[in-house]
Design a protein around this ligand. Structure first.
Ligand code: ZN
Length: 407
């Protein structure tokens, strides 16, 4: 395979997680009786431009089907994050009724609804039908489309260039990152701003967050690599913020190459931390595989020991990262009989691969557990707070990444 950004042949491997079904391909009462496609799950590193990337096996239209079950609005932490972003960016860019905001992969309108209530004209782009319908019910104009250069040019030709392009938490999920970036270039007004958010490669490597790896997550990005990709498309980064989301993300602010805005000192600061961590040398990537085995073995040992002792366990949060962990570790319903999730769209379904049934968190009121394994460790605090009653029943909360620990 060649690098998706620069075309160089890829020889350096970060990790081989065996094979797994696409992590958002939940099974229902009918498909549970059918076979699943298990695809190899490997991450490779380009030693020329240092883009860390998932090996190609499937087409995006196979991954993001119309019943794609992810709804942003089910996490309160996430809704608050989106609201704060909207308040900050409206203030920072002085957005008004005359402005125009486009969000790429706007999901169920979790973010744009804040612009609608501020009376700032906006448009959402979203290929998943159910999510787009949910956004329309909130009064958000929608286009059902996969974003890329063609889509960006089409919108520009229709006079729909944007003062703000929000592409928060989509950039890492784009297979053709060059085409997507050219689309942003086309969509931005001359003085427009783009913001991207993505999990920071530095945190993935530092904390061995291998469960954030799945087929739909194509790129694992550093600021330095985003600068390179931007430069080729005629864009540049002028500011960056560190965010706690997804275990440590970057929010990047970009503009046209020729825009006169100064580059903030934050950019050089993050670049220095990436260089100090050795993200552009092969050594840092060589020990990653061994570290993932360590985490997997600790989890399995814990589950097997507790089962022997007759303890009752279940999981919380039917998130993509849980699927990577459970499928890599080979965990099945005999060790974790069910997983609770607050999203009604997932309840009654089964996790891909492990085939663990997904139930409503209400189940926890009727079944006493000794341990509850929280799969989306990035929102573990929220889950612990929502389930305070369990602590009174002596249920222990557990996370497995970056190491097994009781909360
Ligand atoms: Zn490359």
């Amino acid at each position: 395979m060649n690098c998706r950004h620069c075309g160089t042949a890829l020889d350096l491997q970060l990790v081989d997680l065996g094979s797994a079904p696409p992590s958002n391909r939940y099974l229902d009462q009918k498909t549970i009786h059918e076979p699943e496609s298990w695809l190899p799950l490997r991450v490779l590193v380009c030693e020329h431009c240092w883009l860390v990337q998932t090996e190609d096996f499937t087409r995006p239209e196979l991954l993001f089907t119309s019943d794609y079950a992810y709804y942003s609005s089910t996490s309160r932490t996430w809704l608050n994050h989106a609201k704060h972003y909207a308040v900050d960016i409206i203030d920072r860019l002085h957005l008004t009724k005359e402005s125009f905001v486009v969000e790429i992969a706007s999901n169920d309108g979790y973010l744009l609804k804040n612009f609608v209530s501020a009376k700032i004209p906006c448009l959402g782009i979203e290929p998943a039908e159910q999510a787009a319908l949910a956004a329309e019910r909130l009064g958000i104009p929608m286009r059902r489309d996969f974003f890329g250069e063609q889509c960006g040019q089409r919108l520009a030709a229709q006079g729909l260039q944007a003062d703000l392009v929000a592409a928060n938490n989509v950039y890492a999920h784009v297979p053709d990152i060059n085409d997507f970036t050219r689309g942003i270039k086309a969509l931005l007004k001359p003085r427009g701003t783009v913001t991207l958010e993505f999990p920071h490669l530095l945190k993935l490597v530092e904390h061995c967050q291998f469960d954030t790896i799945y087929h739909e997550h194509f790129s694992y990005l550093s600021l330095r690599v985003v600068q390179r990709i931007f430069a080729v498309a005629g864009l540049r980064v002028f500011d960056v913020q560190l965010l706690p989301t997804h275990g440590g993300s970057l929010r990047v602010y970009g503009c046209h190459q020729e825009d006169s805005r100064f580059e903030e000192p934050s950019v050089a600061h993050v670049l220095r931390s990436e260089a100090a961590a050795g993200l552009e040398a092969r050594e840092v990537y060589l020990s990653f595989q061994e570290r993932t085995h360590h985490i997997k073995n600790d989890l399995l040992l814990f589950l097997l020991q507790q089962k022997r002792l007759g303890k009752k366990l279940a999981a919380y949060g039917a998130a993509a990262k849980g699927n990577t962990l459970l499928n890599f570790a080979g965990v099945r319903p005999d060790l974790l009989p069910f997983v609770c999730d607050a999203a009604p769209s997932k309840q009654g379904k089964y996790l891909p691969g492990s085939r663990i049934p997904i139930v409503s968190p209400e189940t926890l009121k009727t079944q006493r557990l000794d341990y509850l394994l929280i799969l989306p460790w990035n929102i573990s605090q929220e889950i612990v707070e929502q389930n305070k009653l369990l602590e009174e029943n002596d249920t222990q909360f557990v996370v497995a990444v970056p190491q097994l620990r009781m909360l």
